[in-house]
Design a binder for this molecule. Structure first.
Ligand SMILES: Cc1cc2nc3c(=O)[nH]c(=O)nc-3n(C[C@H](O)[C@H](O)[C@H](O)COP(=O)(O)O)c2cc1C
Length: 356
C-alpha cells in the first residue's frame, strides 16, 4: 500500500462511531483513489434508527480522512455512489495534491480525542472556547449551550429518566449486552467496561444482570436495579460538566448526504474541543427515542418504555424550544478535566481493508 495512504487510513480509523462499531471498510483503488464502504447496524441496534447514527459516524470518518490527508498536502473529495443501497453508503474518495492545502491544526487531536463518560469539571466553558467551538461549524450549523445550573440539572434529570427507558427496554438490553467488553480498559471493537463510567461494584452487578434479560428484569422490578447505574452514568455526570450542548442543523436532515454532512461537523467540533483540552460525551439516545416518538414508530415490544419516551420527547423539545427537535443532530456534555484512561481502540487498517 502507498505509505501516504496507509498513514491517512491509520489516522482516519480513529473517527468515533456509536458503540465503536466502525461502520466502514476501505478498498484501495490506487494511491489517489479509494472507496469507503459504509454500512449500518439498523437491523440489530435499536439506536441506529434508519442507519442515522452510522451515517453520522461515517461523516466523522470522512472529515477525519480529509484532515489526515491535509498533512500530505492532499485535498480529499468525496462522491457518494447514488445507487448503493441506503444501508451501505459507499463513497469514492479522491486524493489530489493541492499547493493550497495546509496541514490542519486538528491533526494531532485525531488520536487524542476520546469520550469522557465520568465527571468533568463544572467550570464554565468560557466565552473564547465557546466562540472557537461555534466557529468550528460551517454556517449551516449552530451550537446551542445549556450551561446554567438550572439547565444542567434539567438535562441531567432528562438523561436520568432517559436511562430508565434504555435499561428497561429488552431491545436495548441486547445492544448493551453485546457492546460492553468486560474486565477491560481497552477494546478494539466494543466499549471497555472501565470506560462506561460506573464504579467496580456497579459494574459487577451489571455484568451479572446482563447475563439474561430475565435477570435485568428481576433486578429492575424488585431491587431498583436501574438506580445505581443511572445515578453514576447519567445524573451525576449530567451535573458534573461545564455544559450540555446541541449541534443544530439549519433544517432537519432528510437524507444520507445530510447525515454525512452533519457527521463531518460533529467531528470538527469534537476535535476542536480536544484542541481546547475539553472532554466530550455524546448523549444521543434521547434524540433517537424522541425521533421514534415524533414519527409514531415503536421501538419495543413493551409499551411502558414508549410511554416514558413520549413524555421525555416533550421535555427535550421544551428544553430546546423554539428549535424544532428534528434539527438537533447531536447532543452531548462537555467540560474540562482529565481525559478518560480507559477507551475504545480500533481495528488495525489490515482488518478494515476490502479487496473487491
Ligand atoms: C453518532 C455517535 C453516537 C454516539 N452516541 C453515544 C452515546 O449516546 N453515549 C456515549 O457515551 N457515547 C456515544 N458515542 C461515542 C462512542 O461510543 C465512541 O465514540 C466509540 O466507542 C469510540 O470511542 P472513542 O470516541 O473514545 O474513541 C457516540 C458516537 C457517535 C459517533
Amino acid at each position: 500500500m502507498d505509505s501516504r495512504l496507509e498513514h491517512i487510513l491509520d489516522a482516519a480509523r480513529w473517527a468515533p462511531s456509536g458503540d465503536n462499531t466502525q461502520p466502514w471498510r476501505f478498498e484501495i483503488v490506487d494511491a489517489g483513489h479509494l472507496i469507503v464502504h459504509g454500512f449500518d447496524t439498523r437491523e440489530h441496534c435499536v439506536y441506529d434508527l434508519d442507519g442515522h447514527a452510522s451515517q453520522l459516524a461515517i461523516g466523522c470518518l470522512l472529515e477525519t480522512l480529509a484532515i489526515a490527508a491535509s498533512e500530505h498536502g492532499l485535498r480529499a473529495e468525496f462522491a457518494r455512489r447514488p445507487h448503493a443501497p441506503e444501508h451501505q453508503p459507499t463513497l469514492e474518495v479522491t486524493l489530489t495534491p493541492d499547493v493550497g492545502i495546509v496541514a490542519d491544526p486538528l491533526i494531532p487531536c485525531i488520536r487524542e480525542r476520546r469520550v469522557q463518560r465520568r465527571a468533568m469539571s463544572t467550570q464554565p466553558i468560557g466565552a473564547v472556547a465557546k466562540e472557537t467551538l461555534a466557529r468550528s461549524l460551517s454556517p449551516d450549523f449552530q451550537v446551542v449551550w445549556k450551561e446554567t445550573t438550572r439547565e444542567r440539572w434539567a438535562l441531567a434529570r432528562l438523561m436520568f429518566a432517559n436511562a430508565y427507558v434504555r435499561l428497561t427496554t429488552p431491545e436495548a438490553y441486547r445492544v448493551h449486552r453485546d457492546v460492553i467488553e468486560w474486565n477491560s480498559r481497552f477494546s478494539e471493537t466494543r466499549i471497555p467496561d472501565q470506560a462506561v463510567g460506573a464504579d467496580r461494584l456497579t459494574l459487577k452487578l451489571m455484568r451479572w444482570a446482563m447475563h439474561s434479560w430475565e435477570r435485568v428484569d428481576f433486578l429492575n422490578r424488585y431491587l431498583m436495579g436501574t438506580l445505581m447505574p443511572r445515578l453514576q452514568m447519567d445524573l451525576l455526570p449530567g451535573l458534573a460538566c461545564g455544559a450540555h450542548f446541541a449541534i443544530v442543523a439549519a433544517k432537519p436532515p432528510a437524507n444520507v448526504d445530510d447525515y454525512l454532512a452533519a457527521g463531518r461537523q460533529v467531528q470538527r467540533f469534537w476535535l476542536t474541543a480536544t484542541r481546547l483540552d475539553l472532554e466530550v460525551q455524546p448523549e444521543m439516545t434521547p434524540l433517537i427515542f424522541s425521533r421514534y416518538v415524533r414519527e409514531g414508530r415503536g421501538f419495543s415490544r413493551l409499551s411502558r418504555p414508549g410511554e416514558i419516551a413520549a413524555s421525555l420527547a416533550d421535555r427535550l423539545a421544551g428544553e430546546f424550544a423554539p428549535i424544532d427537535p428534528a434539527r438537533l443532530v447531536f447532543l452531548g456534555r462537555i467540560g474540562a478535566g482529565p481525559q478518560a484512561t480507559a477507551r475504545s481502540t480500533r481495528l488495525p487498517v489490515e482488518r478494515l481493508l476490502r479487496s473487491d
